[in-house]
Design a protein around this ligand. Structure first.
Ligand SMILES: NC(=O)c1ncn([C@@H]2O[C@H](COP(=O)(O)O)[C@@H](O)[C@H]2O)c1NC=O
Length: 508
């Protein structure tokens, strides 16, 4: 029979918030309530009759709460198949009541780990009875309703109200699916807490998702697994697409390199910056970022490290751009930016970015630590006779931050805290350099006095020679080539400064 009326319910929840309405509804419908210690007290405080689970099991809660519902009288009532005469006969024989509804909210394992609790506290927050109740009730969804999270209370309440406690098979099966989502997520979190040794296993569980319009191209389906609301407040515009999300990721990672004390604006296309500038004020930072490559900026992703004001918004509004990201917007600035219906406007919340990266390859997954190292001026080793000037050092730092967030092979030219041009994602470093020169020339930039950053070492002195020809006066690179000295000798012979960082920034 697909329709079931609830007669008996077992309620055992850690967080008691939002529980009252559902308890009151069950009471109204004459459902008999069984419950564990704290939950029982909560129900009693509502002046609602409740039977302690101990009087069902004839056992007290023991071992400090480690065993309270783990008993055949509880699990028999949940797992019995109502259509099987032998199961029903056994329930009668052992005086086990059928339990048709189970509400559980598990011990907060993840929050406990995140709080920096001791190992013993964490272990005590591994819920055993609750997870068993969830799995048992979900397995027997044909007869039992399982509510496995506080987030489901509102939906379940409206189903109960609508049908006076009668549930449909489809609803119960859906709740069973949600229950296994909860239990598998919970066990993944526990496993990953243990999974810190040499022998690694890949297990991730993300319970939030967003179906995207399509993937990278319209013929590909796409889904984002994660919680965008945790990172951004979306104030305006259409849904973010798969490609938008990749650009947004690149943008927030790039901008995280720059201190909020100085206004910095970046424009990205296809995950690479095509404009970046740090200035005294945001308007200038935006204008100079745009000047870097106004052609590529069309349809780009814009990100600022400071609140966007009206003057900057007026300039941005002239440009067709897909997404604007900032820590905030002045009210008049926001009104201007909302002037384009589809333009996505995001407020970036101050949350920490993930420290691990995963990507699928072949028939598996690659994992690595995120590239979180950035060399500052103090980490630079000057390897040439000529020292870089104070301004060049600032520009070298700037260019080196940028190179780290650009597809390899890459060469970045910068001057006065502005991206002049870059060569991105080329199969040879020389080609990346040539591309950067062509782009700088195309937009009328004078490379005289500009600096150059390279994501990896120079295997030959050809790059510094081409850079010299273009007008570059100082270079930053990781170093480490067996032929480093040839590039250094070239710089020494040609009045150029070179610094090394010891940190390679490949980005494949
Ligand atoms: N040990 C058991 O048999 C057991 N049965 C239910 N729990 C959990 O106990 C909590 C509720 O406890 P209380 O009602 O006493 O506040 C819930 O998070 C539930 O998942 C148990 N605790 C942990 O394993």
């Amino acid at each position: 029979m697909s329709q079931k009326k609830i007669k008996n319910a077992l309620i055992s929840v850690f967080h008691k918030d939002n529980l009252a309405p559902i308890i009151q509804e069950l009471n109204k419908q004459g459902v008999k309530l069984f419950s564990t210690g704290g939950t029982q007290k909560f129900i009693e405080d509502l002046n609602i009759e409740v039977t302690p689970v101990e009087s069902l099991t004839s056992y007290p809660s023991i071992l400090g709460g480690r065993v309270k519902t783990l008993h055949p009288k509880v699990f028999g009532g949940i797992l019995s198949r109502r259509e099987l005469d032998s199961d029903i006969a056994q329930l009668e024989e052992y005086e086990i009541p059928e339990i048709d509804l189970v509400i559980v909210d598990l011990y907060p394992f993840e929050d406990t780990v995140a709080s920096g609790a001791t190992e013993q506290d964490i272990i005590e927050k591994i819920d055993i009875g609750g997870i068993s109740l969830i799995r048992a009730a979900a397995k027997n969804f044909k007869d039992v309703v399982i509510v496995s999270s506080r987030e489901q209370y509102a939906d379940v309440l409206s189903v109960l109200q609508k049908n006076n406690g009668v549930t449909e098979l489809a609803d119960r099966k859906h709740l069973a699916k949600l229950a296994f989502n909860v239990s598998s997520h919970y066990d993944t979190a526990i496993f990953n807490w243990f999974n810190n040794e040499e022998e690694k296993y890949f297990k991730q569980s993300i319970t939030k998702s967003q179906v995207l319009r399509y993937g990278e191209n319209p013929h590909q389906e796409g889904v984002f697994y994660g919680d965008l609301d945790e990172m951004f407040d979306k104030l305006h515009g259409k849904e973010l697409s798969y490609n938008n999300l990749l650009d947004v990721d690149a943008a927030v990672n790039l901008i995280s390199e720059f201190s909020k004390d100085n206004a910095t604006f970046a424009i990205l296309k296809h995950n690479n910056a095509c404009g970046l500038a740090t200035r005294e004020n945001l308007l200038d930072a935006y204008k100079d970022a745009l000047a870097g490559d106004p052609v590529s900026a069309f349809g780009g992703i814009l990100i600022s490290n400071q609140k966007i004001d009206k003057a900057t918004a007026e300039e941005i509004h002239q440009l067709f751009c897909e997404v604007v990201i900032a820590p905030g917007y002045d009210a008049d600035a926001l009104e201007i930016l909302k002037g384009k219906k589809n333009r996505v406007i995001l407020v970036q919340k101050p949350i920490e970015l993930a420290k691990k990266q995963f990507r699928t390859i072949l028939n598996g997954v690659l994992e690595q630590d995120k590239d979180l190292k950035t060399a500052g001026g103090n980490d630079f080793t000057i390897v040439t006779k000529k020292t870089a000037t104070a301004q060049e050092i600032k520009d070298l730092e700037f260019a080196n931050k940028l190179v780290k967030h650009t597809k390899s092979n890459t060469i970045v030219f910068a001057k006065n805290q502005t991206l002049i041009s870059s060569g991105t994602g080329q199969t040879s470093r020389v080609d990346a350099l040539k591309q950067a020169v062509v782009k700088a020339n195309a937009f009328g930039f004078d490379l005289k006095g500009a600096v150059m950053a390279s994501d990896a070492f120079f295997p030959f002195p050809d790059c510094v020679a081409l850079a010299k020809e273009a007008g570059i006066t100082a270079v930053v690179q990781p170093g480490g080539s067996i032929k480093d000295q040839e590039s250094i000798d070239y710089c020494d012979a040609n009045d150029m400064a070179m610094v090394t960082t010891g940190i390679r920034h490949f980005r494949h």
